[in-house]
Design a protein around this ligand. Structure first.
Ligand SMILES: Cc1cc2nc3c(=O)[nH]c(=O)nc-3n(C[C@H](O)[C@H](O)[C@H](O)COP(=O)(O)O)c2cc1C
Length: 171
């Protein structure tokens, strides 16, 4: 099996998870911004993406590479402030062309938000969001930031990758 990890993130947590998964499985890791990140060279694609403003940041790359993604086995991990929920599944589904999400497993991981590295606009957006958010935990996270990055949470992903490897029938 030829498999690889392709990730999209801005503030480091998605990259951190991608590298941990790479270390645990020995798979190569590509930032989608890197021009050598070519999914057509692999049979099994592990896609990692942060969520910013209710959308997966990998969505444009996915659209641009749709013909290479179709017909290949895929696993998605999202990285967000919100934990696994119906709301999160809606954001993920709306980021992809219809039907694509049903072709892959999705594991939701939680990220990190450090206000000190955000620009003024994003800090303001978070502050306004915290005032409007009816969920008290999410509101606190938006206002003060959070760090839910946890290496242990990649375990279901490692398990799925191992299961996929073992499901292959030797020729
Ligand atoms: C401007 C901005 C918008 C965000 N929007 C969302 C959002 O809509 N939903 C959510 O759950 N998390 C949101 N987050 C939290 C990010 O998903 C989280 O910080 C994630 O760890 C970022 O991944 P990265 O470190 O790989 O860039 C947002 C963060 C920023 C900075």
């Amino acid at each position: 099996m030829k498999a690889a990890i392709f990730f999209s993130g801005k503030y480091g947590s998605t990259e951190q998870y991608a590298n941990w998964i790479g270390e645990a499985t020995g798979l190569p890791v590509f930032d989608i911004k890197d021009s050598i990140a070519d999914p057509s060279k692999y049979d099994y694609l592990i896609l990692g993406s942060s969520i910013i403003f209710f959308k997966l940041t990998i969505r444009k790359w996915v659209k641009a590479n749709l013909s290479k993604l179709n017909g290949r086995s895929k696993l998605l991990f999202s990285v967000s402030g919100a934990g696994p929920s119906v709301k999160l599944e809606r954001w993920v589904a709306s980021s992809f062309p219809s039907g694509l999400l049903s072709q892959m497993e999705h594991v939701a991981l939680r990220g990190r938000l450090d206000h000190s590295i955000l620009n003024w606009w994003f800090r303001k957006f978070m502050w306004v969001g915290s005032l409007l958010n009816p969920d008290p935990d999410a509101s606190r996270d938006e206002r003060y930031g959070f760090d839910y990055v946890d290496k242990k949470t990649i375990e279901p992903i490692i398990k799925l990758i191992r299961e996929f490897k073992h499901s292959e029938v030797p020729v």
